[in-house]
Design a protein around this ligand. Structure first.
Ligand code: MRU
Length: 358
């Protein structure tokens, strides 16, 4: 079974491919200098791929975890439904323990678990087949969702626009097409004149390694800047809009995204520049009333002290490395979803959009 032929017209790379029972992930740790595809059929290896950032970006993590759950299910030997459920829950627990902030991970695993829970009368063999279809559906839906989000978001932008983006919220961070970069792709496709400024996004450099790489592949005009240059550009009137993705959005519209997003949002507010967040409803966590409840992942200090093998800081220096921050809803001009654009009262609108997806 294959999902690779879906959406041939959607721009950008597909970072997650599934063919004949094998998952292929482009190793995002090696981009942009090497394009290496790694193959997976084992759920523990998939969990490690998520943990070690072979694949990253909230929607891409969710899609990958769904395939991981499928592989875990396939490896379960029992034909007994209750035993299968117990072992499948353990598989999902391992996958869920990989990265704490992006809620798409838990959303995708819940969807796989719900399918099993809703079909107790089915033989285990049938459940495994259904799980394969579900994982592929999650993957393909994500691309369609991003294209819809792109359409809604592009309508917010003027005919000629210079956009700042932070981190990588592109095809690489999703099943394909991208969230923030999906809006940019849709604006370009609509004939708008778009120039992108990409923050390099220290410490993992998703902006310089991934955003710059994928926008250049699509011939979208892109200028790479260091994170601390955004304020200067804004003060010079060189940025018309900011668009970023999200890892988790609380019910009130507070947004967790890559570390440094909050700083960009404050800069945008100071300079009266619209600050847009593009995210699918699978990124909205209505169980959290506000952003203070979002768990923030802390990553290996080596991401800060080293680039590859190159040491940048004194040995044994104390380091703090939170991977995400929270931008309060009041700094966000609009949240773009696949169902439409939320502006103003996020609590009501986000709840309505999530309801529409159920
Ligand atoms: O640590 P990462 O690379 O997984 O963080 C990714 C981000 O913060 C993205 O901006 C977010 O997931 C949106 S991706 C469409």
């Amino acid at each position: 079974m294959s999902n690779c032929a879906a959406f041939p017209d959607a721009g950008g790379i597909r970072p997650i491919k599934y063919n004949d029972g094998v998952l292929s992930l482009i190793d995002q740790r090696l981009l942009p200098t090497e394009e290496v595809w790694l193959k997976y059929t084992d759920y523990q290896a998939v969990a490690e791929a998520i943990r070690s950032m072979v694949v990253r970006g909230a929607p891409a993590i969710g899609v990958t975890a769904a395939y991981g759950a499928l592989f875990g299910a396939r490896a379960i030997e029992t034909e007994d439904y209750a035993e299968f459920v117990k072992e499948f829950d353990q598989v999902c627990e391992v996958l869920g323990a990989t990265r704490p902030t992006a809620v798409n991970l838990f959303w995708a695993l819940d969807r796989m678990k719900s399918l099993v829970q809703a079909n107790p009368e089915q033989p285990v063999g049938n459940l495994k087949i259904a799980l394969e279809y579900e994982a592929m559906a999650i993957n393909e839906e994500d691309i369609r969702i991003n294209m819809n989000m792109g359409r809604h978001g592009a309508a917010l932008l003027p005919e000629k626009v210079r956009i700042l983006t932070h981190c990588n919220a592109g095809a690489l961070a999703t099943g394909g097409y991208g969230t923030a970069l999906g809006v940019i792709r849709a604006a370009v496709a609509a004939g708008k004149e778009v120039a992108v400024f990409a923050d390099e996004t220290r410490p993992f450099l998703q902006g310089s390694r991934l955003t710059a790489w994928e926008l250049m592949r699509d011939n979208i005009q892109t200028v790479l800047i260091c994170d601390n240059m955004a304020g200067y550009l804004m003060s010079k009137g060189a940025i018309d809009a900011v668009i970023v993705g999200a890892d988790r959005i609380a019910a009130n519209g507070d947004v967790a995204n890559k570390i440094g997003t909050y700083t960009v949002a404050i800069l945008a507010k100071e300079h009266n520049i619209p600050f847009y967040v593009a995210a699918p409803t699978s990124t909205i966590d209505l169980q959290l009333t506000d952003g203070s409840q979002i768990p923030i992942e802390e990553r290996d200090t080596r991401e800060v002290t080293h680039i590859g093998e190159q040491q940048l800081a004194p040995t044994d220096i104390a380091v703090f490395n939170p991977a995400f921050d929270v931008t309060p809803a009041r700094l966000i001009s609009a949240i773009i979803t696949e169902h439409g654009v939320a502006q103003g009262n996020y609590t009501e609108q986000l709840a309505a959009y999530v309801q529409q997806s159920r």
